[in-house]
Design a binder for this molecule. Structure first.
Ligand code: NAD
Ligand code: ZN
Length: 238
């Protein structure tokens, strides 16, 4: 059975109403992301950063997975060896039903204590206070996401690398391809022999890595590609 790997970015959630960072309507047009998504920004003003995260958490709680998330989950149910490597922190792939999900940049619903190191899911939004406090020790919490300048979780990164190397079909959906090391993955996949497809309404640095480019929004692109993906992942099945 062929292995299909999706590599997703903020663009896959854009049609669920969750703004991307870059591009039209992106968060960088309105906010100084370097003040909000960096360790320096957090320690300068934890309450302000938490207020921003709580606003995003609220927006995500009200959003629904879109057809792109849903088709990826459906493919996994039909064929099995289907994986999602995501840079998104919103958890929408799992809410759509995907089980084999690698979160490279953490999860906005998870918190981490700066005192005792506890990590746990905290789904309340709005939060009772900014910054919120650890339920174990009362220490200050931070969102358990990867900020600019921080290393990625080693296990997730290794797993993602292995999947990219082993992929037969590698589909890049809605990422600007500017955030490293994640943006290396399509190169790894291509060198490993995968057929690489990009779905993005705009050209990106990853477009030249892809064998094929679908210049569409994530939902439309996934709808077009889906029948081929089904055939591909059923290839070799007895
Ligand atoms: P990005 O904001 O840098 O790039 C978004 C990309 O999506 C662009 O290339 C844009 O052309 C494309 N896009 C816009 N609308 C689209 C649509 N409807 N369909 C398909 N593509 C569309 O996002 P990135 O590459 O994921 O990197 C930014 C970082 O920001 C990531 O590390 C991620 O953790 C974080 N982030 C996450 C979320 C989320 O969890 N939903 C939202 C914003 C940012
Ligand atoms: Zn604690």
């Amino acid at each position: 059975m062929a292995k299909v790997v999706f590599f997703t970015g903020a663009g896959v959630s854009a049609e669920s109403g969750i703004p991307t960072f870059r591009g039209k309507g992106g968060l960088w047009e309105k906010f100084k992301v370097e003040e909000l998504a960096t360790p320096e920004g957090f320690f300068r003003d934890p309450a302000k950063v938490w207020e921003w995260y709580d606003m995003r958490r609220r927006a995500i709680a009200e959003a629904q997975p879109n057809e792109a998330h849903i088709l990826m989950a459906e493919l996994e149910r039909e064929c099995g060896d289907v994986w999602v490597i995501t840079q998104n922190v919103d958890g929408l792939h799992r809410r759509a039903g995907s089980k084999k999900v690698i979160e490279l940049h953490g999860n906005i619903w998870r918190v981490r204590c700066l005192e005792c190191g506890a990590t746990y899911y905290e789904y309340r939004t709005p939060l009772p206070e900014y910054p919120p406090r650890c339920r174990e020790c009362g220490g200050m919490l931070r969102p358990d996401v990867v900020w600019f300048g921080e290393p990625l979780p080693v296990d997730a990164l290794e797993k993602a690398w292995d999947l990219a190397k082993a992929a037969d079909f590698f589909v890049v959906v809605g990422t600007s391809g500017l955030v490293y090391p994640a943006a290396h993955l399509p190169y790894v996949a291509r060198e490993g022999g995968a057929y690489v497809v990009e779905i993005n309404p705009e050209e990106t640095p990853l477009s030249s890595v892809a064998h094929e480019v679908i210049r569409e929004r994530a939902t439309v692109g996934m709808r077009k590609l889906f029948p081929r993906l089904v055939r591909e992942c059923e290839r070799g099945r007895t």
